[in-house]
Design a protein around this ligand. Structure first.
Ligand code: PEP
Ligand code: MG
Length: 576
C-alpha cells in the first residue's frame, strides 16, 4: 500500500482500477476463461508474437534504408525479447494454471519482468527495460487487436492516471467510463480540475510522480476531499473508505432533501443559486440538483476536440437548447474565453511567454471580430427562446467593455438587416477577474447590467499565483485578506450602482467561505451543480444578520489561514 498526498481538485471518493493514459495506453482486465478455450488463447498469443515479429522486421528494414544499419540494429534486442523462451513459457504455464485471458496474463508477466530488471544494478541490463516495455506494448496491442488504445476504449469504469490532462482530454472523458482521475501536474482551479467537478467525479492533481508509482490494473482509492490517493490499499483501509463512502452518501441525501426549496435565510433574504456548465447536456444535472438557473455557461469547450470552428448555426442550436430547457430561469452565456490554459488548436495563436497575461479572452475577441460577432449573433438569435444574458470574460477596464458593446451593437444591426428576431434588451454583464476591473468596479458598474466575480482568475492575478501550478498551490488562497477586500469592494460598488453581483469562480462553492460572501452581500452564487443542495441547506439554516457579523469579524483577520479556520468553525456551529 502506498499513500500519496496531492491537491484535492474535485471532491468525493472513488475506489477503482487504474488506467494509465500517456506512455502506457493499455488497460487489461482479468477475465476468466474455460479450460477448453486455453488452446485458442495460446493460439492468440502465438499469432500476436508472429505479427509483432513481422512488424519489427518491417520497421527494421525501413529504418535500415532510411537511417542506416546501426540504427536498425536497436531492434535486434526487441526481436530477442520475442524469442525469450522463459517469458513465453511462463505465460503459457500461468495461462493453464490461472485460466484467465492471455492478454491479462501477459501484461502481468511483463510487469514482473520489468520489476526484476528494475532491481538489477547492471546499467546495460537496466537499459533493456525500455526494450521489454516497447515490445511488450506491441504484443499487447496485437493481442487486443487494436491499433492504439486510448480513452475511447475504456469499457469498464476506471480511474485515469496521467502526467497531465489538457482540458480537451478531460472534455473527451465526458461520455466515458471515468470514475476519477489523478495527475502528476496541476492546481486546484486548473481547467482540468473544473472539468472534473462538472463530470461529478473526484480528482486529485499535483501528485508529483504518481504515474511512475501506479501500474495499470492497480486498485486505487481517490479521496478528492483531502487530496489523498492510496495505491493498492490494505483490507482495513479499503473497509474504512467503503464506510466513508456510505457516510458521504447519507450527508448528500440530507442536503438533497432541500434541493427544491428556495435559498432563503431564516430572516427572509433571498439568494440565487445557479449552476456552472460547460456542455448543453448538463442541463439535466442542473435541474436534478435544484438550480434556479445557469450563472456561467462556458463556451470554449464547444471549440475543443475538433479541427474546424463551430458555425453560427451550431452555436445557435446549442444556446437555443439550453435557453429552452431552462426557461423561465436565467442562463448567462460567457463569451469565448480562449487562451491561458484553454488553448484551441483551430486558431493560430502564437506561443507566448505568459499566456495568462497574454492574448486571451476578450482581448482575442476584440481583435477577431469575425469570430466574436459570429458567437454574439448566435446568442442574440437564441435569446428569443428563453431568459438569456451574456457576459464578457477578462475585462480589464471600461474601454474594453465599450468596444465589446460596440461589436454587440453591430451584431444586432446585422441580424436586423436579415430580419431575424432577438431580445434587444438582453442583459450584458462583466466578469470581474482582473484586479484592475475590481479596483474600477465603480466605473464599470455604471455601464454594466450585472457583475460576475471570476475568482479563479481574480485570485491568481491578485496574489500572483499561477492557478495551475502545483508548486505554488499553497499560496493560492481564496480566503486571503487581499482577495476578500477586492470582493467586498466589487460588491459595494455594484450595490451603489444598483446592479447585482454574482460569483462564478470555484470560491463560491466553498461552503464555509459562503458564509462570509453572504455576509458581504453577494446576491448570487454560481457553482458546480452538485454543490447546490449543500449551499441551499446552509443558507436556509442561517440569518442574514448573523452572517453579516461573521463577515465583519472575518475582515478583521490578517491571514487566509485564520479566515478559513474561523469560517470553518462558524459553519460547523451552524450545521450542528
Ligand atoms: C474564473 O476565472 O473564476 C472563471 C469563472 O472563469 P474560468 O475559470 O473559466 O477562467
Ligand atoms: Mg476566468
Amino acid at each position: 500500500m502506498i499513500q500519496l498526498k496531492g491537491i484535492g481538485a474535485a471532491g468525493g471518493i472513488s475506489i477503482g482500477v487504474a488506467y494509465k493514459l500517456g506512455k502506457e495506453e493499455f488497460v487489461v482486465f482479468p477475465e476468466a476463461i474455460a479450460w477448453e478455450d486455453i488452446p485458442m488463447q495460446i493460439q492468440l498469443f502465438e499469432e500476436a508474437l508472429i505479427k509483432t515479429r513481422r512488424e519489427i522486421i518491417e520497421l527494421q528494414k525501413r529504418i535500415s534504408s532510411d537511417m542506416g544499419q546501426e540504427e536498425a540494429q536497436i531492434f535486434d534486442a526487441h526481436l530477442l525479447v520475442l524469442e525469450d523462451r522463459m517469458l513465453i513459457e511462463e505465460v503459457i504455464s500461468r495461462l493453464k494454471k490461472e485460466q484467465l485471458n492471455v492478454a491479462y496474463i501477459f501484461s502481468e508477466v511483463l510487469k514482473k519482468y520489468i520489476s526484476v530488471f528494475l532491481k538489477i544494478e547492471d546499467e546495460y541490463l537496466k537499459e533493456r527495460i525500455a526494450d521489454i516495455n516497447d515490445v511488450g506494448k506491441r504484443i499487447l496491442r496485437n493481442l487486443l487487436g487494436k491499433e492504439k488504445r486510448g480513452l475511447e476504449d475504456l469499457k469498464e469504469k476506471a480511474i485515469i492516471v496521467s502526467h497531465d490532462l489538457s482540458p480537451s482530454d478531460t472534455a473527451a472523458m465526458h461520455t466515458k467510463n471515468v470514475a476519477a482521475f489523478v495527475t502528476d501536474m496541476g492546481g486546484k482551479t486548473s481547467h482540468t480540475a473544473i472539468m472534473a467537478k462538472s463530470l461529478e467525479i473526484p480528482a486529485v492533481v499535483g501528485l508529483e510522480g504518481i504515474t511512475s508509482k501506479v501500474n495499470i490494473g492497480d486498485i486505487l482509492i481517490v479521496d478528492g476531499n483531502t487530496g489523498t490517493v492510496i495505491i493498492n490499499p490494505d483490507d482495513e483501509t479499503l473497509r474504512n473508505y467503503q464506510q466513508e463512502l456510505v457516510k458521504l452518501k447519507n450527508i448528500a441525501e440530507r442536503f438533497l432533501s432541500v434541493k427544491e426549496l428556495p435559498a432563503v435565510t431564516t430572516d427572509g433574504r433571498s439568494i440565487s443559486i445557479n449552476a456552472n456548465i460547460e456542455f448543453p447536456d448538463e442541463v439535466s444535472s442542473v435541474k436534478l440538483h435544484g438550480s434556479q438557473g445557469i450563472g456561467l455557461y462556458r463556451t470554449e469547450f464547444f471549440y475543443m476536440n475538433r479541427k474546424d470552428s463551430p458555425s453560427e448555426e451550431e452555436h445557435y442550436q446549442a444556446y437555443k437548447y439550453v435557453a429552452e430547457q431552462m426557461n423561465p430561469h436565467p442562463v448567462v452565456i460567457r463569451t469565448l474565453d480562449l487562451g491561458g490554459d484553454k488553448f484551441l488548436s483551430q486558431f493560430q495563436i502564437p506561443h507566448e511567454m505568459q499566456p495568462f497575461l497574454g492574448w486571451r479572452a476578450i482581448r482575442f475577441c476584440l481583435a477577431r471580430p469575425d469570430i466574436f460577432k459570429l458567437q454574439l449573433r448566435a446568442i442574440l438569435r437564441a435569446s428569443v427562446y428563453g431568459n438569456l444574458k451574456l457576459m464578457y470574460p477578462m475585462v480589464s477596464g471600461i474601454e474594453e467593455l465599450r468596444q465589446a458593446n460596440g461589436l454587440l451593437q453591430e451584431a444586432k444591426d446585422e441580424l436586423r438587416q436579415k430580419g431575424l428576431e432577438f431580445d434587444d434588451k438582453i442583459l450584458v454583464g462583466v466578469m470581474i477577474e482582473v484586479p484592475s476591473a475590481a479596483m474600477t468596479a465603480d466605473i464599470l458598474a455604471k455601464e454594466a447590467d450585472f457583475f460576475s466575480i471570476g475568482t479563479n482568475d481574480l485570485i491568481q492575478y491578485c496574489l500572483a499565483v499561477d492557478r495551475g501550478n502545483e508548486k505554488v498551490a499553497y499560496l493560492y488562497e481564496p480566503a486571503h485578506p487581499a482577495v476578500l477586500r477586492m470582493v467586498k469592494q466589487v460588491i459595494d460598488a455594484a450595490h451603489e450602482a444598483k446592479i447585482k453581483v454574482a460569483m462564478c469562480g470555484e470560491m463560491a462553492g466553498e461552503p464555509s467561505l459562503a458564509l462570509i460572501l453572504l455576509g458581504l452581500g453577494l446576491d448570487e452564487f454560481s457553482v458546480p451543480p452538485q454543490v447546490i443542495p449543500e449551499l441551499k441547506f446552509i443558507i436556509r439554516a442561517i440569518g442574514f444578520k448573523n452572517v453579516q457579523e461573521i463577515a465583519y469579524e472575518a475582515m478583521k483577520l490578517s491571514t487566509g489561514t485564520q479566515v478559513e479556520e474561523f469560517a470553518r468553525k462558524k459553519l460547523a456551529e451552524i450545521l450542528r
